[in-house]
Design a binder for this molecule. Structure first.
Ligand SMILES: Cc1ncc(C[n+]2csc(CCOP(=O)(O)OP(=O)(O)O)c2C)c(N)n1
Ligand SMILES: [Mg+2]
Length: 379
């Protein structure tokens, strides 16, 4: 599929090994890396983006991380519900939606802040959503995305159905859907692969191999280390991409989206990345992985790596990096104010919206609950 010659990418199991020296023999599976850990690009493969577009990608990654960190603080202070941080996966996130047009479809899993922000979801909307307000699920005007799914892999057959519909209606839209190294074990995901391939559906499957499904390491999840290998068995061309290299993600996704739009069917992109932080705010990864392991991934941080590249091109310097960080922080804080204005819970609503008429047992619970609120003086 890609016209680029094969590029080695680092073996996931040995992240401390210098990137270009650690070849993996993938046989018929192509792999792609453009930026090395020093931020030096293989210019032959760099996507054609002007300076402004490159800086926009950088800012989007910084904003994503800023939001993640701020929301973690809010959660620890009791102002946010449980959520799934994506620290370390920013390049995978921005790269996978970069080539999409507004009327294309993005059908995400729950760890997709970066991609959703790029698609136009608002920061306060995402905050509302993760704080349990249904208003946060409203899809932004102008895009065709679906809200994320927390039921592992369940969004993948839905996304495939959307893509099959697009083809049946002879539309030119494309679907990108993402899911994890754990989700790829789900039967429904594999059924979706088969449907997509047989019906040549315009869909790009992005499996974000971040090393873990909660505490389950990827090497215990699947006997095949390279998840991209799942593609060819279904008749789906696949590529293994360095998911911490935003340029490689953009190139791979652009080619896959172009193929889909041209009627050539699905592609599977394995984005090899690492979840630097918690699975969710309810998780403590220290119980199942060492700090040393996490440290080995720090030199591959997708943001600092891209910054090194942009500094080398003369587009960024330390001052500008600092300014971008401060601007993103301010943007998130402003959104937090708007979130606070809207995040006013009405505890009397908890029995609404699910049943048209409540079953007797729930009617009883509702009466008891409302009486309790009355007793406590909760309005
Ligand atoms: C059907 C289903 N089973 C179990 C869970 C509990 N669960 C939540 S996240 C998760 C792990 C998913 O790992 P992966 O697919 O690698 O995605 P990641 O969280 O790493 O992004 C599990 C088992 C769930 N949400 N849905
Ligand atoms: Mg995972």
């Amino acid at each position: 599929m890609t016209t680029a010659p094969k590029q080695p990418i680092t073996d996931v199991a040995s992240p401390d090994t210098p990137v270009r020296k650690n070849l993996i023999d993938l046989g018929d599976i192509e792999s792609l890396q453009i930026l090395d850990t020093d931020g030096v690009a293989d210019e032959a493969f760099v996507p054609r983006l002007d300076d402004e577009a490159l800086l926009r990608v950088h800012r989007a990654m910084v904003l994503t991380r800023t939001l993640d960190i701020r929301m973690l603080n809010m959660q620890r202070q009791g102002e946010m519900g449980t959520f799934a941080p994506g620290i370390g996966q920013e390049a995978t996130q921005i790269g996978q939606v970069h080539p999409l047009r507004s009327r294309d479809w993005f059908v995400p899993s729950y760890r997709s802040f970066g991609a959703q922000l790029w698609r136009g979801w608002t920061i306060e909307g995402l905050m509302l959503l993760w704080d349990g307000f249904f208003e946060g699920f409203e899809v932004p005007a102008g895009v065709n995305d679906l809200p994320f799914s927390i039921v592992i892999g369940s969004q993948v057959p839905v996304a495939t159905g959307v893509a099959m519909g697009i083809r049946q209606r002879r539309e030119k839209h494309v679907v990108v859907t993402n899911f994890g190294d754990g989700a790829i074990s789900q039967g429904a995901v594999n059924e979706a692969f088969n449907f997509a391939a047989v019906y040549k559906s315009p869909i790009v499957f992005v499996v974000e191999n971040n090393g873990y499904a909660i505490s389950m390491p990827a090497e215990k999840q699947a006997a095949t280390k390279e998840l991209a290998r799942r593609g060819p068995g279904f008749g789906i061309p696949a590529i293994r991409v360095d998911g911490n290299d935003v340029l490689a993600m953009i190139v791979a996704t652009t080619e896959a989206v172009d193929r889909a739009r041209a009627g050539e069917g699905p592609t599977l992109i394995e984005a090899v990345t690492y979840r630097m932080g918690l699975h969710t705010t309810a998780d403590d990864p220290k119980v199942y992985r060492s700090d040393d392991e996490v440290d080995t991934w720090k030199p591959r941080d997708p943001i600092t790596r891209f910054e090194k590249y942009l500094i080398g091109k003369g587009l960024l310097d330390e001052n500008r990096i600092q300014r971008t960080g401060e601007e993103c922080e301010q943007e998130v804080l402003n959104a937090r104010e708007r979130f606070r204005e809207r995040a006013v819970a009405n505890p009397r609503e908890v029995f609404e919206y699910i049943y048209d008429s409540l079953p007797p047992a729930l009617q009883q619970q509702k009466r008891e609950y409302l009486a309790r609120l009355d007793r406590k003086g909760v309005r």
